[in-house]
Write a protein that binds this ligand. Structure first.
Ligand SMILES: Cc1cc2nc3c(=O)[nH]c(=O)nc-3n(C[C@H](O)[C@H](O)[C@H](O)COP(=O)(O)OP(=O)(O)OC[C@H]3O[C@@H](n4cnc5c(N)ncnc54)[C@H](O)[C@@H]3O)c2cc1C
Length: 487
């Protein structure tokens, strides 16, 4: 059966493939533009899973709010918070409990606090850093040499590992940068592109000649700005009912779009009229004037292969790794040694089976009943993907064993939840920005009207995905206007 939503000849069919945060944001901003301008668009969003959200999933159990995927997003990148405001849930944005802020690093088997004043891995307070046992004296002296090392010449990309080693030395890389940064990018720093993941560091280096000087200058400038009084001042923010609240609000705001769940796009074929036949797993075919593919790059490669093997081959060069999160709830009365802080990270040199643990109900309010504690462990990532292949029981047992060795936590959890994320974390390797530019420009030439967007390309964080969805919606509208698709 061929199905077309075109009721008037000028109504244009837009198909969005993927109901994660990027696809939903694209749909939302297309709808917004349509309402403002009256463009005759018919938007259909197709999601293979039985619910929307993709990597974003929040489970509510007996007063617990459990995040299966992301649990927060960076405040400094404003797009997700702006979207929440537009959706009317701005009041539900929450900051972290910064009065309890403390992050630990496992060093030689012992949890050691990250010294106060370390901003994005760079020390900005002399005394706490000088007194910290985390870095050896030679390591501290080497970090201080950042003040004198000349900045990188030219605009070439380099690995995060090379950059940190060059500026701050290898101890800073292995004990601070690698474990803290892998919380966001789950990448091997020796392969991870500096320009695609932390361009800010290169900018600071080039502007101030030193990371430490640059961070101090930024701190000074920020101290002259009026301080927002709310808790939203924290580095990371979330939503009262969990990150999925953003997805639910988007779904409500899109109630006049056609949304298919549990439906997969199986193939896309160009028609002779510059359109595309989008074949769905339920047997329908939608004739689309333009398509947004907000899906992992390896899924996009499969769909685009029959149209452009060139683009498919380029897409296949973006690698992915698998991870899993294990949430565990404990009764506070069973915990002999109380915790304070947001959790700990583990450098890969410590060779442990978990890579980090967040104390979710300390980091955010509304995550557990008062008499319970909710923790979340991370496993997997580069070189450690075998952990993700364990069955749930074995994975929980391994994580629990690690917690008892590291924290002395011997209490039994009252419940556990495992979320497996297979091939879920795209790896932005050195040269990623150029690779993506090449993919996008080949798309423009070989598959006009098809747009690739989402976490594989221009940022993995939720705000980056929202921004990409918004940008892609604008590009698509420009295309249909320029091509006189509305004529
Ligand atoms: C464990 C984990 C923790 C994270 N923590 C954070 C965090 O704390 N903060 C943060 O900012 N970011 C975090 N991230 C990253 C962030 O969650 C993701 O980058 C982001 O959610 C990706 O959104 P997306 O819409 O681009 O892709 P996805 O969420 O992957 O959505 C793509 C959707 O496309 C669907 N799909 C695929 N193929 C087809 C097809 N052929 N037909 C129809 N549908 C299809 C999939 O089912 C999926 O739902 C985390 C990621 C993981 C895995």
């Amino acid at each position: 059966m061929t199905y077309s939503t075109t009721t008037q000849s000028q109504t244009k069919n837009i198909v969005i493939i993927g109901g994660g945060i990027t696809g939903l944001s694209a749909a939302y901003y297309l709808k917004k533009e349509q309402r403002a301008t009256g463009y005759p668009l018919s938007i259909t969003l197709i999601e293979a899973g039985d619910k929307l959200g993709g990597k974003i999933t929040t489970e509510k159990v007996d007063g617990f709010t459990i995040e299966g995927g992301p649990d927060c997003f960076l405040r400094q990148k404003p797009w997700a918070a702006e979207l929440a405001e537009e959706l009317g849930i701005g009041e539900d944005l929450i900051g972290t409990n910064d009065d309890k802020r403390r992050v630990y690093v496992l060093a030689n088997g012992k949890l050691t606090p990250l010294p106060d004043g370390v901003m994005l891995i760079i020390p900005t307070k002399i005394m706490p850093f000088a007194l910290s046992p985390l870095i050896s004296l030679p390591g501290k002296i080497r970090m201080g040499m950042d003040l004198f090392i000349p900045p990188f010449k030219g605009g070439d990309d380099e690995s995060v590992g090379d950059f940190i080693r060059r500026r701050l030395g290898k101890e800073a890389l292995y004990k601070i940068a690698e474990p803290l940064m892998s919380g966001i990018h789950v990448s091997d720093p020796e392969k991870q592109s500096l320009l695609a993941t932390f361009p800010r560091f290169r900018n600071i280096e080039q502007k101030h000649g030193s990371l430490i000087k640059g961070m101090l200058a930024q701190k000074k400038a920020a101290s002259h700005q009026p301080k927002p009084s709310s808790k939203l001042n924290s580095l990371f923010i979330s939503l009262k009912n969990g990150v999925e609240q953003l997805i639910n609000s988007l779904e409500n705001a899109l109630n006049d779009c056609r949304i298919y769940k549990s439906t997969k796009v199986e193939s896309i074929n160009p028609t002779t009229e510059n359109k595309y036949n989008v074949q769905l797993s339920n047997g329908e075919t939608i004739v689309a004037d333009a398509i947004i593919m907000a899906i992992p790059s390896f899924n996009a490669a499969e769909l685009i292969q029959p149209i452009s093997s060139n683009i498919a081959t380029q897409l296949e060069t973006i690698p992915y790794v698998s991870t899993a999160t294990i949430s565990m709830a404990f009764r506070k009365q069973d915990i002999l040694k109380p915790f304070s802080g947001f959790g700990f990270v583990i450098p890969s040199t410590e060779n442990r089976d978990i890579s980090a643990c967040t104390w979710s109900s300390i980091k955010f309010d509304n995550r557990a009943p008062d008499d319970h504690l909710l923790l979340r462990c991370f496993v997997g990532g580069p070189g450690k993907e075998a952990m993700v292949a364990l069955d749930d029981e074995e994975m929980v047992r391994t994580a629990h064993k690690e917690l008892s060795l590291i924290l002395g936590l011997n209490a039994d959890p009252v419940f556990t939840r495992v979320y497996r994320w297979e091939k879920a974390n795209p790896q932005y390797e050195v040269g990623h920005l150029e690779r993506v530019q090449e993919i996008f420009s080949t798309c423009l030439q070989e598959t006009p009207g098809i747009y690739l967007t989402g976490s594989a390309y221009e940022g993995v964080g939720i705000p980056d995905c929202v921004n990409q969805g918004k940008k892609t919606a604008a590009q698509l509208l420009e295309y249909i206007q320029k091509e006189q698709v509305f004529a």
